[in-house]
Write a protein that binds this ligand. Structure first.
Ligand SMILES: [Zn+2]
Length: 107
């Protein structure tokens, strides 16, 4: 295992959300598996996960469903956020647990 340290993506999406970001470690509520590392832009609650903000692992980005790789729980469904024409997983409430992250991931 090697730890990869991510940097924030700085683009127009980040800008429109006030130019601030933080990393989140997201866990499956059911089995506690570490699902993914995410960049959350701006304040506010997490309603959807934009695919371009899922930093790791890569295999979650190519799927139409966001599913826990360990227990197969359904976490979210792929949709397009119309306002920005941006792919995102709409989250199923209660399926995710989040923790502030330093932006590191074991690859
Ligand atoms: Zn799980």
């Amino acid at each position: 295992m090697e730890i990869k340290k991510f940097k924030f993506k700085r683009d127009k999406y980040r800008k429109t959300r006030g130019g601030t970001s933080h990393f989140l470690d997201l866990y499956c509520t059911k089995c506690k598996n570490h699902l993914l590392l995410y960049q959350k832009d701006g304040p506010g609650i997490l309603k959807r996960l934009y695919l371009d903000r899922i930093l790791a692992p890569d295999e979650l980005i190519s799927s139409k469903l966001l599913v826990c790789l360990k227990c197969s729980s359904l976490i979210g469904n792929l949709s397009i956020y119309e306002k920005e024409k941006r792919k995102a997983f709409n989250l199923i409430p209660g399926t995710l647990t989040k923790k502030i992250s330093k932006g590191e991931y074991d690859v």
